[in-house]
Design a protein around this ligand. Structure first.
Ligand code: 5GP
Ligand code: ZN
Length: 144
């Protein structure tokens, strides 16, 4: 438990929440300020800052719960679709520094929008960047 972390306080029961799932590794509860009703947050019970810090076992547990919950949320809200969203780091819009996956039920014309102007690669920039990423990935695998 991290002092001053709002989600750790929710896990500890110090702040109330509308829980929809709980086990030894994972907690899921309704977002207090939803994009759509049923907007749910799935979190590891251990305090990790973001996606890349979560150990594989906890991540697997989280994603397995999220998959089941997405179905339950659609059934409970009548939503035909949903978005999974994870903001990682302040620059990416992460406000609560305890890793969390958003599941957002979606309806036709619901005014929720995740869009931005799209960029275009110039010259060989696209294959060059792909090669650089493959190289970094290979180095990471070597170091594991
Ligand atoms: P972020 O921007 O960090 O990805 O999203 C944080 C989310 O946590 C926001 O959607 C916000 O509404 C939600 N949130 C923040 N504080 C609380 C809280 O005390 N209770 C609940 N249920 N949700 C919270
Ligand atoms: Zn925390």
């Amino acid at each position: 438990m991290e002092k001053n972390c709002v989600f750790c306080k929710i896990i500890a029961g110090e702040i109330p929440s509308a829980k929809v799932y709980e086990d030894s590794k994972v907690l899921a509860f309704l977002d207090i300020a939803p994009f759509n009703f049923g907007h749910t947050l799935v979190i590891p019970k251990a305090h990790y800052h973001c996606f890349t810090e979560i150990p594989a076992e906890d991540l697997t547990a989280m994603m397995t719960v999220a998959q089941k919950l997405a179905v339950a949320l659609m059934r409970a809200t009548g939503a035909p679709a949903y978005n999974l969203l994870m903001n990682n780091g302040q620059v990416a819009g992460q406000e609560v520094p305890h890793a969390h996956l958003h599941i957002i039920p979606r309806h036709v014309d619901d005014t929720v929008a995740f869009s931005a102007p799209q960029k275009h690669y110039e010259g060989d920039a696209l294959p060059e960047l792909a090669a650089k990423i493959r190289e970094k990935l290979a180095k990471q695998t070597e170091n594991q």
